[in-house]
Design a protein around this ligand. Structure first.
Ligand SMILES: [Zn+2]
Length: 174
């Protein structure tokens, strides 16, 4: 039997990731405390940021180079690192994936809880309208290709996550 059988992204943590001790029973809030180091662990969503990069009435979207959802349409972005502001995270991701410097427009225009893959982590996507300030987009990292889409082309695209289609639609309409 696979020891991972029956464990999902919702199953409370059983062992302390810091010292490997068995955790106490989960509280109603979902947290479980380590009797050795005293830390509590929760099944929280992971914040992720995405860019609606706009230029001349079109928006830039990407083709995913990796699983999950390899080959499907995505927006530039990724997960926020420890201690990082979401705006800085998005500028970093856009630099890594497209090789351009971006200006991130405030405030965010999308908040979307979702799963990263069918049995993946729970993520909280935060979307920003964004403009390129220098450089030409050139795909790298986990991006296979970039496309510029208009409002009329949007419905034909095979998005990995439906909330990104609506994110791009709303950004193009503003
Ligand atoms: Zn511990």
């Amino acid at each position: 039997m696979n020891p991972a059988d029956g464990f999902t992204a919702e199953t409370p943590f059983r062992f302390c990731p810091a010292d490997g001790s068995p955790l106490g029973p989960p509280r109603p809030s979902g947290g479980a405390t380590c009797p050795v180091c005293g830390r509590s662990f929760y099944r929280n969503p992971a914040p992720a940021v995405g860019a609606a990069i706009l230029s001349g009435g079109k928006a830039l979207v990407t083709v995913r180079a990796r699983e999950p959802y390899r080959g499907k349409i995505d927006v530039p972005g990724g997960f926020v690192e420890l201690g990082e502001h979401p705006v800085d995270a998005l500028r970093r991701e856009v630099r890594e994936e497209l090789g351009v410097e971006a200006r991130v427009l405030w405030p965010p225009v999308m908040f979307a809880p979702h799963r990263y893959g069918d049995d993946g982590v729970h993520a909280l996507a935060i979307g920003f309208r964004t403009e390129i300030v220098s450089g030409e987009p050139s795909p790298s990292d986990d991006v296979a290709e970039v496309l510029w889409t208009s409002l009329t082309d949007l419905d034909a695209l095979d998005f990995a996550w439906e909330h990104d289609r609506e994110f791009i639609r709303n950004a193009l309409r503003q």
